[in-house]
Design a binder for this molecule. Sequence first.
Ligand code: PLP
Length: 410
Amino acid sequence: MSANPISPHSALADLQYRDGILVWGGKKVTDIASELGNTPFYAYDRDRITRRVNDLRAMMPDRLHFHYAMKANPMPEVVKHMVGLVHGLDVASGGELVTALATGVSPKDVSFAGPGKRDPELKAAIESEITINIESEGELGRILQISETLGKRPNIAVRVNPSFELKSAGMKMGGRPSQFGIDAERVPNLLKSLESLDVNFRGLHIFSGSQNLRSEAIVESLEKTVELVLELMRSTKLKSDFINLGGGLGIPYFPKESSIALDQVAPAAQAAVDRLNTELGDVETIMELGRFFVGESGIYVVRVIDIKESRGVRFAICDGGLHHHLSASGNFGQVIRKNYPVASVRLGESTEEVTVVGPLCTPLDLLGDRVTIGPVEEGSLIALMQSGAYGRTASPEQFLSHPPCAEIIL
Ligand SMILES: *Cc1c(COP(=O)(O)O)cnc(C)c1O
């Protein structure tokens, strides 16, 4: 029996090995490396993404629609795969909008949120008839000017900066001054002005946090969000086509973290859908998720270039690091650095403690601090798990001018 190759042991019980080699997307990781001809690379597993979406769908109310928040992983093939599984896409830039539209998604199911949308981005959004989630009154003014020039009515949703905060979210938004959304207390006046403007009002969007593993916090946020939506919609004659309740479902990365209890979220989601439909008439209820859909489907694979002992620590120095995977190095908004789950691609008879680092000239380039994994030597492949979201495109790839990283979907 081989030793457990993964460190720290986390929620990743379903790793598969064939002939002692880690399998991802149905292929041995060593074969993926030979086919690509180089390391490092990201590999995403289509089936894992599909299962993930379908499992969530099976638990949640039928009438709840899901959007994919593209910034989690904007690889065009990933986005295309997601379009076949969810109701719509949320984009956060003009660049993401181009990728989104190239999939053939229906523009009415695309929304564009994000502060600081530039005029060419707004123009592209209006021309393509997607929905723009406005983040300020000034942005609305620019949209009105551009749409007048184009002779086209823009589709507008209002992103609300709520007056409450999502507890224990990895990243908090709402309840404080924010560049995101329009403060809830200002929204009634804004809706009043929209009533007489030449725009199609589509709905409200409230996103109150990310990477949450506590179901009670998600339930509380859903309840408060619905209350806020109803209060705001009572202040206007406008009718919402949709209400986007945000998302925030997290995935486990670290020891002692476990997957979110969806069986506790589902009844709250059902109550939200029911209440919104009762109070607002027929309305589409949307949850937007990025990380939850794709995070567990990706691995980042590096090759060991050098093994080095230094004062009792065995270092595995690899060809990839924080320039491709900033979040695994602990430098993407984390307060305390913890190891992502790390696995040796080849199973061995034993395990050993190594510190996995990248090739950059900074001590921040740390992928696994004293992790216990299967034996590693020069040339070994090491996989970082839970790497399908906020990986390559959330990293400073140009830093130190190393070669770019490959990406493949299997
Ligand atoms: C980033 C973002 C998301 C996705 O967050 P995840 O934690 O990846 O699910 C959803 N909505 C908005 C508005 C965002 O900015």
